[in-house]
Design a protein around this ligand. Sequence first.
Ligand SMILES: [Zn+2]
Length: 290
Amino acid sequence: MSTTESASPRLAEVVAALDERYPPAWAEDWDRVGLVVGDPTALVRRVACVVDCVPETVAEALADGADLIVAHHPLLLRGVSSVAATTFKGRIVHRLIRADVALYVAHTNADVANPGVSDALAARLGLTDLRPLVPAPAGGAAAGGGRGFGRVGKLPAPVALAELVAHTAAVLPPTAWGVRAAGPPDRLIETVAVSGGAGDSFLAAAVAAGVDAFLTADLRHHPASEHLAGGGPALLDAAHWATERPWLDDLATFVRDRLGVPAMVSDLDTDPWTVHVSSPASPVDKEPRP
Ligand SMILES: [Zn+2]
């Protein structure tokens, strides 16, 4: 056994440390988090941090020599009765087990954690005085400690919405999607709510928070339109992956500092969208509907 190996923690130790930072009890009831694949007695010499456990990020992790992949999105969320290699997910499970690579998921429990997914997103924007957009319910497992979904914070100085959109696109990881926004381009923005991932369900919370703008992903026509018609904050809609990728740096730093294990962060854009073209006849910065 080499010196590196004898100094490397077992998977069980790594899982215990991750469970302590992101307790599975903090996850939503519908969520599926924690260890998905892996032998607790195996040594962990390298960790790969990814948003999505897909063939591309698995290949990257394997090439990097990782023994453990920590992913944000669950690989297996709904009930599964087979992991045969005849399905997309079954092939991933096979590839992981054949390569002796473990998989651990921290999803909504990492969203509500403090620091969590939206703290990393808020930090990219330079927001300060952070508080949860939707505080963890009193009496619940995650209650207190500044935990909850999303964050509300303040920009260093007010900026026009168009400027904030350009700033957001510049500080987030690059994607084909980029960032689109809804609301008057010259609207002054000082307070901002952010929520990594799909934030449709937090539109009402953003209104209640009284912020000038809300940055999230996966916004849809009707909820966004109705929100704006009701006088809600301006909306910034970034690529889902780009809003969660910033958290991987925080995760990797934790793994390195707490466990002394090298951790790689994947910059592979796993957003499904690969092409984005603005319509030549319709300026992207059109005036909003009266
Ligand atoms: Zn997500």
